[in-house]
Design a protein around this ligand. Sequence first.
Ligand code: ZN
Length: 281
Amino acid sequence: MPELPEVEAVRRRLNPVMRDARFDQVILRREGLRRPFPHDFARRLRGRTVRSVNRRGKYLLADLSSGETLLMHLGMSGSFRISQRRNGGAARRRTADVVRPHDHVTFEMSSGASVTFNDPRRFGVMDLAPSSDLGKHPALGAIGPEPLSPAFSGAALARAVAGKRTSLKAALLDQRVVAGVGNIYASEALHLAGLSPRQQARSIATPSGEPRPSANRLAAAIKTVLREAIDRRSAGPYRESRFRVYDREGQLCARTGCRGTIRRITQTGRSTFYCGACQKR
Ligand SMILES: [Zn+2]
């Protein structure tokens, strides 16, 4: 499932072709994705201009001139394909792009770009919500701080996990604790911070919810692994694995001076990768 860096990379591709552009045509090839499309979906988009494409956690948010925001989530297998129509802006020209299996939605933008959402497993989401009330949307209301914003710090992390007996790894997957972190980058951040994924989440906070040094280390590590991943994604399409621990079971730990081996365990039904030697707690 795409995590924050993958969604941010998509945002950076969509924003240049959608920002300041109108929806000339909205082509829906089915009734919905994970859920039905919102009422009058195509009509509420057609003729509207996108002010900018933003991101909150794993959601893409297109801010529209109508006062509504188009929410988009990639689900498990969603992706966007951008193609240029032969005559940019000419609505009667058909798209140069061929329709492929699982192409569910196409936006023909006045910029000349066709933006197609393809999603074989159909766990993706498209919804519309009033821009002034986004915090009331069920998907966004309870979401925690953006990890790359100043609002996310060791103190914020400690407050969010104070008293939690769940594992530190499971706490990082909770979108109310921090937005956008998933299975891969939780493992990566814990390794960089040198913390065991198995320790109780509350162990990084004092009983009154103040950050211990480990909370500051972990918050900084989350920012670092996400920034590095965004830079990698933006650099090109190469999906070469440069993970520290993720999917590296049985390999030697990459930390300088550590002679440990990466292990895989299952926590709350998901794989966790960590080094038993340098991630004691
Ligand atoms: Zn190690």
